[in-house]
Design a protein around this ligand. Structure first.
Ligand code: AMP
Length: 413
C-alpha cells in the first residue's frame, strides 16, 4: 500500500482541505519532505514545479503552526516566512497556503513589489502567521519597520536557483540574518548549481537532502519533435504548424523579451488568440495574460524561461521551443510542462544552424535522441553555417533591448 496523507501526521483540518482539493495520495516529494519538516529539520530539496513541492512545505508548516496557534486574529506574529523570487510565484504559493489553511485560523499574506506598500502594511498590522514575500519588497518593509521577523520559526527559500540567477544573493543573506538565529530553513531549488550548494552549505544547519524525479524523467510522457529550420523561417514554420498540426493550449518559449513581443505581434496579426509574459511587463499585465490563458480566453501563451518558471500552467497540449535553450536542463524543464499526469503531450523544437550545438547536450541529459521531423516546408540546408546578423552602417551590433529593459538591469528575464 502506498503512503496516504493520513499516514503523514497531518491533522483533520488539513486533511479536510486536502480532500477538498481532490488530492488522492501524496506525491514523492511530499512523502519525503513532510516528516522532515514536522521533525524541525533543515531541508535542501531538489524539486521542480509540478512535483507538488509547495504542499510539501506548506502542509507541515501549517501543521506546526496549528499546534501552537495564537488566539484567533489578535496579536498574531509572523512565524513562517516564504521567500519567492517572482511575484507570480509568490501569489501562487499564497493561494496554496490559503486553500490548505481553510479550516484553520491561520492567516497568510503575500507582499511583493510594484504595488502599494500602504495596503500591504495594513494587512500586516492586523497580524498574520505566514508571510510570503519577494526579497526586495520584504527588505523594504523591514527597513520601514512594517514587518517584524523576530518570531520566524521556519524560513523557506523557494526556487533558490532562480533567486540567485536574478541577483538576489545578498538579499537572501540579509533575510537569513534578520530572522532569529534559531530557525528551521527549507531550501527548494529546481536545479542545484554550485552557487545554490554554496548558499545551502552557508546557511543550512545539518540539512536533510531530498530529491525527486531526476530531471531526465520529466521527458517521459512527451512526444518530442525537432525541426531543423533557418532562423529567418522560424515564424513561417510556427504559423504553418499552428495552421495544420498543433492544436489546443500551447506554450511557446523564446529566449528574449524582444523575441516574445515580436512573435506575439505576428501571431496576433495572423488571427491567433495569444498572450505573453516577460520581465518587462508590469505585474498587472503579466497576471492578466496568465489569467487569460488559464481561463481559455487565449490558447497561446508566449514566455521567456524565467517569466514562466515555477508557474503552475496546466492542461498544455504542446510546448514550442521557438529558440533552443543553451542550457540542457532548461529544455527538459520546458517540455516537462506538457505531458503531465499521464497524458502525452508534444514538444516542437525549432533549431537553426547556430543552435545545432545545443542539441547533443540535451540528448545526453535525457539519455535519448529527439526525433527529427524532416517533412516540413522550410528545411535547413545541412551545410548551412550559423547566420551572423550585421547592421549596415554600424560597427557595433545594435542592442535589441527595450528601453524598460535597459533601465532595469537586474531584470534580465
Ligand atoms: P507545485 O509543484 O507545488 O507547483 O504543484 C503542482 C500542482 O500539483 C499544483 O496544482 C498542486 O495543486 C498539485 N498537487 C500538489 N500536491 C498534489 C497531490 N498530492 N495530488 C495531486 N495534485 C497535487
Amino acid at each position: 500500500m502506498s503512503i496516504q496523507f493520513k499516514d503523514l501526521q497531518l491533522n483533520k483540518p488539513l486533511l479536510k482541505a486536502i480532500a477538498d482539493k481532490n488530492y488522492e495520495t501524496p506525491t514523492p516529494i511530499q512523502v519525503k519532505t513532510i516528516p522532515l519538516v514536522l521533525d524541525k529539520k533543515d531541508v535542501i530539496a531538489s524539486a521542480q514545479t509540478g512535483t507538488g513541492k509547495t504542499a510539501a512545505y506548506a502542509l507541515p508548516i501549517l501543521q506546526l503552526l496549528y499546534d501552537k496557534q495564537d488566539a484567533p486574529k489578535k496579536g498574531k506574529k509572523i512565524r513562517a516566512l516564504i521567500v519567492s523570487p517572482t511575484r507570480e510565484l509568490a501569489l501562487q504559493i499564497s493561494a496554496s497556503f490559503n486553500s490548505y489553511s481553510t479550516y484553520t485560523n491561520l492567516r497568510t499574506t503575500v507582499v511583493y513589489g510594484g504595488t502599494s506598500i500602504d495596503q500591504q502594511s495594513d494587512v500586516l498590522n492586523k497580524g498574520v502567521d505566514i508571510l510570503i514575500a519577494t526579497p526586495g519588497r520584504l527588505l523594504d518593509l523591514y527597513k520601514q519597520e512594517i514587518v517584524d521577523l523576530r518570531n520566524i520559526e521556519t524560513l523557506v527559500l523557494d526556487e533558490a536557483d532562480l533567486m540567485l540567477d536574478m541577483g538576489f544573493i545578498e538579499d537572501v543573506f540579509k533575510i537569513v540574518r534578520i530572522c532569529p538565529d534559531k530557525k528551521q530553513i527549507l531550501l527548494f531549488s529546481a536545479t542545484m548549481p554550485d552557487k545554490v550548494v554554496f548558499l545551502a552549505n552557508t546557511i543550512l544547519n545539518n540539512p536533510e537532502k531530498v530529491s525527486v524525479s531526476p530531471v531526465s524523467s520529466a521527458a517521459k510522457n512527451v512526444n518530442q519533435l525537432l525541426y531543423y529550420v533557418p532562423k529567418t523561417k522560424k515564424i513561417e514554420l510556427c504559423l504553418h504548424l499552428l495552421r495544420n498540426t498543433i492544436k489546443g493550449n500551447i506554450l511557446i518559449f523564446r529566449r528574449t523579451k524582444f523575441g516574445v513581443d515580436k512573435l506575439e505581434k505576428t501571431l496576433f496579426n495572423n488571427g491567433y488568440k495569444v498572450a505573453s509574459i516577460h520581465g518587462d511587463k508590469t505585474q498587472n499585465i503579466r497576471e492578466e495574460a496568465l489569467n487569460k490563458f488559464k481561463m481559455n480566453e487565449v490558447n497561446i501563451l508566449i514566455a521567456t524561461d524565467v517569466a514562466a518558471r515555477g508557474l503552475d500552467i496546466k492542461n498544455l497540449d504542446a510546448v514550442i521551443n521557438f529558440d533552443i535553450p543553451n542550457v540542457a536542463e532548461t529544455y527538459v524543464h520546458r517540455i516537462g510542462r506538457t505531458g503531465r499526469a499521464n497524458e502525452v503531450g508534444t514538444s516542437y523544437s525549432f533549431c537553426s544552424a547556430d543552435e545545432r550545438t545545443y542539441i547533443a547536450p540535451i540528448q545526453k541529459l535525457m539519455g535519448k535522441n529527439i526525433a527529427v521531423e524532416e517533412e516540413h516546408p522550410y528545411p535547413l540546408d545541412p551545410k548551412a553555417k550559423p547566420e551572423v546578423h550585421k547592421k549596415a552602417g554600424s560597427l557595433h551590433k545594435k542592442s535589441r533591448k527595450s528601453d524598460a529593459s535597459k533601465k532595469n538591469k537586474k531584470r534580465w528575464y
